[in-house]
Design a protein around this ligand. Structure first.
Ligand SMILES: Cc1cc2nc3c(=O)[nH]c(=O)nc-3n(C[C@H](O)[C@H](O)[C@H](O)COP(=O)(O)O)c2cc1C
Length: 201
C-alpha cells in the first residue's frame, strides 16, 4: 500500500478551477486503479498555511528535536517525508504558482527530515518516491522567448529533486485564457492523457 499526498493550491473552489478539474479526475482514476493506496488530500488554503516565523528561521540549520512530530509547522514536513507519491495541483500565477505553495515548500524543506547536509553539500533524503504536477496556464510558455518566463514547473521540479524526488512528471494545459481555445476540449484531452498515466504512476 502506498501513501499518496494530494497537495492542492488554489483559492478558487474546485468546480471553477480547470487545474482542479484535471487533477481531481486523475485522483479519481488513480484511486480506481489503486484501491489499496491511501490518498491524503491537503488543501493548502483550508490548512491556512502561513509563512515561516522567527522560531523556524532561527533553527533552520538544525535538525528538529525527536519529539517534534506534533509541532504545528514540522508536522507538515513529517507528513511529506512519510508519503510515497505526491500529486500537486496548482494554477500558473504570475509566472509560477500561488505563493501559498511556496510557503508550504518552506514548511517541508527541513534539514534532517527531507534533506541533510554533507561535506559535499546538501543531499535529499526522499528516495524512491515520485511526483506528478498538474497546471493550467492562461498563456503559452512552451517556445522561446516565453519558455524562459515559466518558473513554476522548473522550480517545483528542482526543489523536489533537491529533496531526492527526481521522478517528476508534469501535465499542463496552456492557452486557457485565449479566446480561440476550446477550454473544455483541452481539459478533456489533458484528463485523457493523465488518466493513462494513472495506471503506471
Ligand atoms: C493571480 C493570477 C495570476 C495569473 N498569472 C498568469 C501568468 O503569469 N501567466 C499566464 O499565462 N496566466 C496567468 N493567470 C491565468 C491562469 O494561469 C489561468 O487562468 C489558469 O487556467 C487558472 O487555473 P484555474 O482555473 O485552475 O484557477 C493568472 C491567473 C491569476 C488568478
Amino acid at each position: 500500500m502506498a501513501t499518496v499526498l494530494y497537495i492542492k493550491a488554489n483559492a478558487k473552489p474546485d468546480h471553477l478551477s480547470r487545474t482542479m478539474r484535471i487533477a481531481n479526475a486523475f485522483v479519481e482514476k488513480y484511486q480506481e486503479l489503486h484501491p489499496e493506496d491511501e490518498i491524503i488530500t491537503l488543501d493548502l488554503y483550508k490548512e491556512k498555511i502561513g509563512f515561516l516565523q522567527e522560531k523556524q528561521v532561527l533553527s533552520h540549520l538544525e535538525p528538529p528535536a525527536p519529539n517534534s512530530q506534533d509541532d504545528p509547522v514540522l508536522r507538515y514536513a513529517y507528513q511529506f517525508r512519510d508519503a510515497d507519491k505526491y500529486i500537486i495541483a496548482a494554477p500558473f500565477w504570475n509566472l509560477s504558482f500561488p505563493a501559498i505553495l511556496k510557503a508550504y515548500i518552506d514548511y517541508v524543506t527541513v534539514v534532517g527530515v527531507t534533506f541533510r547536509y554533507t561535506s559535499q553539500g546538501a543531499v535529499g533524503l526522499l528516495e524512491n518516491k515520485k511526483a506528478v504536477y498538474f497546471v493550467t496556464r492562461g498563456g503559452n510558455y512552451t517556445t522561446p522567448p516565453f519558455n524562459e518566463y515559466e518558473m513554476g514547473e522548473r522550480y517545483l521540479r528542482t526543489i523536489f529533486g533537491f529533496m531526492g524526488i527526481t521522478d517528476f512528471t508534469t501535465f499542463s494545459a496552456d492557452d486557457m485564457d485565449r479566446s480561440a481555445t476550446d477550454v473544455d476540449a483541452v481539459v478533456a484531452q489533458t484528463i485523457a492523457k493523465a488518466n493513462q498515466f494513472a495506471a503506471t504512476f
